[in-house]
Ligand binder design. Structure first.
Ligand SMILES: [Zn+2]
Length: 418
């Protein structure tokens, strides 16, 4: 039987290898311990024997793994061995996990197969007895392919991208106390007289507001810009929920005129053509954008198309599977439509809890946006981004206040909604 120890022979890892080779290897004279790693210092050289063989640093680690009946290692070595379907005895700088099976695999993953933990715990008697069991009974290999899949590039890449997006956003938001993210819905030609929820702004007023922001030295950006690493001095984000047709008819021309940007949250269920969820409650009917109009908005380069779920539902009322479906299918439907990535999600009704935050992260979004709840500093939680509401009645002075950079703190002091 061949057992391979793969890893550095210095520092804490070196000490563990030394303990195994000096205390445990002599108990198993018929087992070959192959050590791939270095440097092979004199204290290790003194351990070399018929069943302890040092190979130094090896280029072809997979070959070593394939030739072994059991691999001893942590971190990446453990993952590679699992991928090659070779049994693993996971031991890292901090912990001894054991021979990996379905019972300890989650704990193993949490500690990166023994390398990260708060407390240090290595029981060499236990290792010896586990090895004895393994050798004597030739324990059957457990199928851990589901775990292996978690480390596949298809699963890992979106997570790596999220880490980058958040790090880049951290840089943009660094030292900025209050970055305004404004929430709008419809953009209409004339004031509505029959609107119940007042979810609109007139084109004329929005024209003035965008001009005002430019005069104030704001840089209007999108969440996608953040994910791409934009760095600007005075960032502000304009968001429009639901994806109304009037956004295409009225907002897009305004953005073109000012050469400024916005984010529009559209529904992923492309068969819903108007605001049925509000209409039921007495709001006048309003058309949503067609596929073509969404594509035109995206192609303008001025609008980030993002997701507002499939069917505008209260996510906390749904089962976990249903929330996942809302998040994942809306993302993939919209991505197919615009042939580009969708990076942000707006919770319908601004309704969400911890479960929705986690699922938004797991569905691959870089940012998830609520309405009037969420921490002051955006960097605290990219899945609970708060916004500031702009109403048809918001006057010029109020608009200045809302975008002033102290508005949210003022609201907190007064215990008032944004
Ligand atoms: Zn909405």
């Amino acid at each position: 039987m061949n057992i391979s120890i793969i890893g550095r022979l210095t520092g804490p890892k070196g000490d563990i290898a030394y303990q195994i080779l000096s205390k445990i290897a002599p108990q198993f004279p018929l087992v070959k311990f192959n050590i791939a790693g270095g440097p092979v210092s004199s204290r290790f050289k003194a351990l070399a024997s018929n069943n302890v063989i040092f190979y130094g640093f090896v280029d072809d680690v997979p070959k070593v793994i394939k030739g072994a009946d059991l691999v001893i290692g942590a971190g990446r070595v453990a993952i590679e061995a699992l991928q090659l379907n070779t049994p693993v005895l996971a031991i890292g700088e901090k912990q001894y996990v054991g021979i990996l099976d379905k019972n300890n695999i989650v704990q193993a993953q949490e500690s990166n197969f023994g390398d990260c933990a708060l407390d240090e715990f290595h029981d060499f008697n236990q290792i010896s007895s586990d090895l004895k069991d393994f050798i004597q009974f030739n324990l059957k290999r457990e199928d851990l392919s589901a775990v292996v899949n978690q480390y596949s590039p298809a699963n890992i890449m979106p997570k790596i991208n999220q880490v980058y997006s958040h790090a880049l956003a951290d840089v943009t938001f660094a030292k900025k106390k209050e970055v305004p993210v404004l929430i709008y819905h419809r953009v209409v030609n004339e004031k509505l007289t029959d609107s119940k929820f007042n979810v609109y702004i007139t084109k004329e007023k929005l024209d003035w507001q965008i001009g005002f922001l430019k005069r104030q030295g704001f840089n209007i950006i999108t969440f996608k810009d953040l994910a791409n690493g934009i760095k600007v001095k005075k960032p502000i984000i304009l968001t429009f929920d639901d994806g109304y047709e009037d956004n295409y008819l009225n907002l897009l021309p305004l953005l073109k005129k000012h050469q400024e940007k916005a984010v529009i949250y559209c529904l992923g269920n492309r068969s819903i053509q108007n605001n049925i969820w509000d209409e039921k409650l007495g709001e006048p009917s309003a058309n949503l954008m067609s596929d073509y109009q969404i594509q035109e908005c995206h192609n303008s380069g001025l609008i980030e198309i993002a997701s507002h779920g499939l069917k505008h539902q209260h996510l906390p009322d749904l089962s976990e599977a249903e929330v996942k479906e809302e998040l994942e299918s809306s993302k993939s439907n919209l991505e197919k439509l615009i042939n580009d990535k969708v990076v942000s999600f707006a919770y319908p009704y601004g309704d969400y809890g911890k479960r929705e935050e986690i699922l938004a992260y797991e569905s691959g979004y870089d940012f998830a946006i609520g309405t009037v709840n969420g921490p002051l500093n955006l960097t605290d939680n990219y899945y609970a981004i708060r916004r500031i509401q702009i109403f048809p009645s918001t006057k010029k002075f109020d608009f200045w206040k809302k975008t002033s950079g102290f508005y949210l703190r003022l609201c907190k002091l007064k215990a008032k909604d944004f």
